[in-house]
Design a protein around this ligand. Structure first.
Ligand SMILES: C[S@@+](CC[C@H](N)C(=O)[O-])C[C@H]1O[C@@H](n2cnc3c(N)ncnc32)[C@H](O)[C@@H]1O
Ligand code: SF4
Ligand code: SF4
Length: 351
């Protein structure tokens, strides 16, 4: 992550949590555990992804959300509150998942409750429902950051990937957010672009747009996740950029140069570079997890569907019971012993 963006993000997390020694000592414990990787892990997470809804007003081509078989019931505020009340160690949460977070009518109540508990909150949006009133609510909500997804610099490309979206409307919504925030420091307003064969050529033009609408930074993710599902590997493979970074290296280098020239902060994000079988294992099962709308616990947001992996159910048991149950310990063991589960295969370098 670009250093200035990192500083701003961490500044918020530090300012929100510095007065809570328990959170800081838990964080140190987690970092130590990340090195040792005990399967039974006595430090609770410092971060959570909480999915407020799986309903969506778009049908994006690479997203599993429109195809989920799960019940289309939003997470209630009382359930959300019940989750947060089980923790005194959380530094940040992400209120997002497989759906459009702003469609949950209790979204702002959730943000506010987390804020009252001194937790730094981040969310994603497709921008479709952001009008003048919602833009104001976002600015006043206390969110640390809102990231808007944009998948092209032309309407033709963006609208064909993000089916049901209108690029002009989304850019207008972002401009409204930037204008309403004025001189306030937060929320950070950023754009997330998922690069693929059908849109990567527009990254340079998107940088021009980002300069014009004056966002805080642009992230370019250059891989697609398969959500731990074999059939999705097939579905996305024709549009996915090669895992071999060389394929996109030139485009990325040019984008970096152009971003520097324009003075736009730009971040490259490639998840497949993260882990290998020689000691650089995934650390998610020791730090964080993804809680689905129905309360089931999934290891992370790259899977994001409890029908693929569910390690416990918060509608039936406490988080404490889930975090060290047999399933969680088995999952940690498989990561620790490099016995990588099929749902995680894409996060590991091939060798
Ligand atoms: C799942 S959405 C949820 C939040 C919101 N609905 C949105 O679109 O921003 C979060 C991000 O995941 C991205 N995404 C969708 N399908 C993906 C895939 N197969 N691999 C990686 N990212 C994907 C979206 O483009 C979006 O930026
Ligand atoms: S990427 Fe976001 S907006 Fe698109 S279908 Fe998935 S959840 Fe909905
Ligand atoms: S290795 Fe598995 S748990 Fe870790 S980030 Fe990848 S999919 Fe998630």
């Amino acid at each position: 992550m670009n250093i200035l963006s990192k500083i701003k993000r961490y500044q918020h997390i530090i300012a929100t949590n510095i007065r809570y020694p328990k959170k800081i000592s838990n964080l140190s414990g987690i970092y130590y555990a990340t090195l040792r990787k005990p399967v039974k892990h006595c430090f609770p997470p410092f971060s959570l992804d909480i999915e407020p809804t799986i309903r969506c007003n778009l049908r994006c081509s690479s997203c599993q959300s429109p195809y989920l078989k799960r019940e289309q019931k939003d997470m209630s505020f009382s359930f959300f509150k019940g989750i947060l009340d089980q923790f005194d160690t959380l530094l940040e949460i992400k209120i997002t998942g497989m759906g459009e977070p702003l469609l949950n009518k209790n979204f702002f109540e959730m943000v506010n409750y987390a804020k009252e508990k001194n937790i730094s909150v981040f969310s994603f949006s497709n921008g479709k429902v952001i009008d003048k009133n919602i833009a104001q609510e976002i600015i006043n909500s206390g969110l640390r950051e809102i990231t808007i997804s944009v998948d092209g610099a032309t309407s033709k490309t963006h609208n064909s990937i993000r089916v049901g979206s209108d690029l002009e409307q989304v850019l207008g919504a972002i401009e409204m957010l930037v204008a309403d925030r004025g001189k306030l420091k937060y929320p950070i307003i950023s754009v997330w672009f998922v690069g693929r064969k059908s849109n990567i050529h527009e990254i340079s033009e998107l940088l021009d747009i980002c300069k014009k609408i004056n966002i805080d930074y642009l992230t370019c993710q250059h891989d697609l996740t398969f959500w731990g599902k074999e059939q999705w590997k097939e579905k996305i493979k024709n549009d996915a950029l090669s895992k071999d970074i060389k394929f996109t290296e030139e485009i990325i280098k040019d984008a970096q140069k152009k971003a520097a020239y324009l003075g736009v902060r730009y971040i490259n994000f490639q998840k497949n570079k993260f882990y290998n079988k020689f000691g650089k294992e995934c650390y998610w099962p020791w730090r964080s997890c993804f809680i689905a709308t129905d309360g089931r616990v999934v290891p992370c947001c790259l899977i994001a569907d409890p029908e693929v992996v569910s390690l416990g159910d918060l509608s039936k048991m406490s988080f404490k019971e889930v975090w060290n149950n047999e399933k969680y310990q088995d999952f940690r063991r498989s990561i620790k012993e490099h016995n990588i589960p099929p749902s995680c295969s894409d996060c590991y370098e091939e060798n």
